[in-house]
Design a protein around this ligand. Sequence first.
Ligand SMILES: Cc1cc2nc3c(=O)[nH]c(=O)nc-3n(C[C@H](O)[C@H](O)[C@H](O)COP(=O)(O)OP(=O)(O)OC[C@H]3O[C@@H](n4cnc5c(N)ncnc54)[C@H](O)[C@@H]3O)c2cc1C
Length: 379
Amino acid sequence: MADTRYDCIVLGTGGVGSAALYHLASRDHRVLGLDQFPPGHDQGSSHGDTRIIRLVYFEHPDYVPLLHRAFDLWQQLGEQTTLDVFKRCGILQAGPGDGDVITGLRAAAQAHRLELNTLDKQAIAAQFPGFDVPEELTVLFDPNGGILRVEDCIRAHVSLAKAAGASLVIGEPVVSWQQIGDSVEVKTKQSTYQCNKLIVTPGPWATNQLPALSQHFRLLRKSQFWFDNDAPEYLLSNNCPVFLFEHGEHTFYGFPQVDEKGLKVADHAGGRFFKSPDKVDRTIDTQELESASLFLRQYLPKVGHQLNHHVACMYTMSPDGHFIVGQYPDAPNVQFAAGLSGHGFKFATVLGEALTDLTLHGRTDLPIDFLSPKRLSRN
Ligand SMILES: Cc1cc2nc3c(=O)[nH]c(=O)nc-3n(C[C@H](O)[C@H](O)[C@H](O)COP(=O)(O)OP(=O)(O)OC[C@H]3O[C@@H](n4cnc5c(N)ncnc54)[C@H](O)[C@@H]3O)c2cc1C
């Protein structure tokens, strides 16, 4: 009979869980990763080829120290794998001068003395000729923006974890887990596993796997669209930044073209709330498609005559839009990260490291206190 006792189990080897598995295995712990789907699958929150990473963080300046560490760890991952996981290309961000994006960028840049360059229309035309940003918007360029190849990041973490001794069991949905005394029991449809410590990184399945916190999570369906590109000379990844533009009630973002599917855009605002991650509607919403096309016509006029590809994905929203990371209530041997609210992938490396610290030492030097679940009971 197979040995089913581990130092630590990671429940969910998607974005954050694959990084946690890697960090635990690298520190010589006997670790098991459990997932219902294979690494790099397209059923959760970590698919669609690409994710943005950026340093000047408009959502809150407190994320910046974590981002410094995240950049270092993505760089190191890139050096350890043959997969092309991370590329720095800068990020062009625009919006009304008093809007959330521009105000937040300026606050983060000032708080952490970060480089952030203002570009006027001529500078944009000279440096990034694929873009046509309305004159009335403020445009800021952060040289520390980049592209993460989302599925390959996960595959790289998992394969390095396995090379360091981690076990991986795929295709066994976890039915329940429970701390019993000083040990944790994890039941899947097929087996029962024991471990000293458990890390739960369930993505959009947070409501099922973190029941004591389920009232804090809401699922939001998001679409990603790939369009044809008539200006490859400007809009391929060797000479084009990632971008994020606050535009009326939308916040469109996108990537230079990285493969034959074309240039990808999506709206960080909007989307539809729904109940079950197993029943998300994956069809095209014509209104979302229309608003993405209108955006492209105005800001990237050489793109978007034809839709090449579409996928639906899921955000797991927390009440305040900030991640929830720390110890599960009344279970000192269980740490978790959830509610990443549609901006968590860039932090996967550093959250995996923080969860590993919490699991092995009960504390971390990484500044994650502002993400603690304790804030939820204060509201
Ligand atoms: C369209 C879209 C665009 C985004 N863009 C960006 C961006 O540009 N930059 C950025 O930083 N972030 C972005 N995000 C957010 C980011 O992708 C997510 O925050 C992040 O990927 C979530 O990672 P996760 O590990 O929490 O979830 P996931 O990667 O979904 O992993 C959860 C894993 O848990 C497993 N699991 C759950 N329940 C069970 C169970 N019972 N048994 C076994 N396994 C289980 C799942 O199968 C899954 O593999 C975007 C998200 C979307 C949807």
